[in-house]
Write a new protein. Structure first.
Length: 516
């Protein structure tokens, strides 16, 4: 059916003038409102204000513009049905065959620093979603366009006579996804700002809107489909907003490891480096002044595992650090910036993926999700540090100042290691890491076996309590002189006695860091 009238009212005005000009060239009357009508008129596109078509002015400061029977009747009417057509003619309603509407920038508004609740509420669109949903419901007769990327295809089909059924169905699905994501953003914001009746309770309904950023070649394995999605608008400081400077396309596993590297690198205060392999750190180090030394020391923890790993750095990469990275095979590097000399040195590694992500706008996830059959597990993200607990020395011997420094560093790292997790460290670098074992003593023994550096004088961190003294005995045998762990075992007294027997210092944090 030939389109005689279109409604164009958009928040995102990208490409709207060209689209409207194309509609006008086909003899289609264009209805519009507010800023869009002004934009089109200034561009010389003939436009009729909605208020002129309805005979009713915009009211309440623009809150009511399109909520009128002549608009929604034009969108929801079915001109091919005799009953609808007769009723529309009787009421003076003209069919609207194309609706181009996208919504108030709610997500962009709440992403701004310092935005108030009232400012956010004013960006909740009412008339827009109503028109989008009405158009999508009536897609047998109406083409709903919410994405400027679709303007060209719609115009092309209109020039051929009509928009195809297949395109109208596709656009309708996209429209409902658009309003669903919009409502999800609003619901999530209000839940976050206003909170639940019980501040300790998790929300009754959790809303997560996902927008695809890119398709990936495959998932963890080649037979699995995969894509990268973002939650809400792109936010500075998040992995999905990182800029890839060079290298091959990022893989699913690359992205998992880059996120792990990013989280640890951000937790280091001095110039620091981490090497990730299969989502676990195989080496972490920080250095008072030299990023290159930090990277060398991180790699030295487990150079075999570091081969083919992913590197995270928390300072701009200089030429010396770049030369060290280029000296072995690394899959990807993420850092706040890369100097010109560093870029030149790493450009020779054409497959090496370089990601630039400024750290000054760090965004921490509020929740952690894990899928289960039929649903998901949702929990607060683990942002716990020693600042959130009260460390308590439980042994006869207090840690020395140097041991305290090493214990704090080891506790930062063990949070990011898969359970059961054991980390041996000195004040500036990890020395041995044991991860993902079914028993804690096995993790301790693996950490010892992986160590390439002397273990004498190191400290040990454990992500959870020791159920038996054997883990402490293994640490002492390896040469560790102090232990930091949550405590809370039925055999704490036995474990403390073991530490005292070995002359070790032991600190209880009261905070567990399981990472399954």
């Amino acid at each position: 059916m030939k389109v005689s009238r279109a409604l164009v009212s958009v928040s995102n005005k990208e490409g709207v003038v060209e689209f409207a000009r194309g509609l006008a060239a086909l003899g289609i009357e264009i209805l519009s409102t507010g800023g869009t009508a002004k934009t089109l008129a200034e561009a010389g596109v003939p436009v009729t204000k909605v208020s002129a078509a309805t005979g009713f002015p915009e009211i309440l400061g623009g809150r009511v513009k399109t909520l009128h029977p002549k608009i929604h009747g034009g969108i929801l009417g079915r001109p091919g049905l005799d009953s609808d057509r007769a009723e529309m003619e009787r009421e003076g309603i003209t069919a609207i065959g194309v609706v181009a509407v996208n919504l108030y920038p709610f997500e962009a508004t709440i992403a701004k620093a310092g935005v108030t609740r009232d400012e956010a509420i004013e960006q909740i669109d009412i008339g827009g979603p109503a028109m989008v949903r009405a158009s999508a419901k009536n897609h047998a007769w109406v083409s709903i366009v919410v994405d400027p990327a679709d303007y060209g295809a719609v115009l092309e089909e209109l020039r051929g006579g009509a928009v195809s059924e297949a395109t109208r169905k596709r656009l309708a699905g996209k429209a409902f996804a658009h309003t669903a994501a919009y409502d999800t953003a609003i619901a999530s914001y209000l839940a976050r700002v206003d909170g639940a009746a019980d501040p300790k309770a998790m929300p009754d309904r959790a809303f997560i809107g996902l927008t695809k950023v890119q398709d990936l070649r495959y998932g963890e394995n080649p037979h699995q489909r995969a894509a990268l999605y973002r939650t809400g608008p792109a936010k500075a400081g998040t992995l999905v907003s990182a800029k890839q400077l060079q290298g091959k396309e990022l893989s699913f596993n690359n992205l998992l490891d880059l996120e792990a590297a990013l989280r640890i690198a951000r937790d280091l205060s001095d110039p620091g480096a981490v090497v990730i392999k299969h989502n676990n750190p195989c080496g972490v180090a920080h250095h008072v002044s030299s990023l290159a030394d930090a990277y060398r020391n991180a790699r030295a923890t487990d150079p075999d595992s570091a081969f083919g790993g992913v590197v995270g750095l928390n300072r701009p990469v200089d030429a010396e650090t770049a030369a060290e990275i280029a000296s072995t095979f690394i899959e990807a590097v993420i850092a706040p910036a890369f100097s010109r000399e560093a870029r030149e040195a790493l450009a020779k590694k054409t497959n090496l993926r370089l990601l630039e992500l400024p750290f000054d706008a760090a965004v921490e996830a509020a929740f952690d999700l894990k899928p289960v059959s039929g649903g998901v597990l949702l929990q607060d993200a683990d942002h716990g540090t020693l600042a959130h607990c009260t460390p308590k020395v439980v042994t006869e011997r207090e840690p020395t100042d140097l041991e305290w420094k090493a214990l704090r560093f080891a506790w930062v790292i063990v949070k990011h290691v898969k359970s059961n997790a054991i980390v041996y460290a000195n004040p500036s670098q990890t020395v041995g890491i044991g991860a993902g074992q079914m028993s804690r003593v096995d993790s301790s023994r693996i950490a010892v076996s992986k160590a390439r550096l002397p273990l004498a004088g190191t400290v040990m961190a454990s992500d959870a309590f020791f159920p038996f003294r054997d883990g402490v005995d293994a640490a002492a045998q390896a040469g560790a002189v102090a232990v930091i762990q949550p405590g809370g075992s039925m055999r704490d007294e036995e474990v403390i006695a073991a530490a005292n027997e070995h002359g070790m210092a032991m600190v209880f944090t009261g905070m567990r860091h399981f990472k399954h």
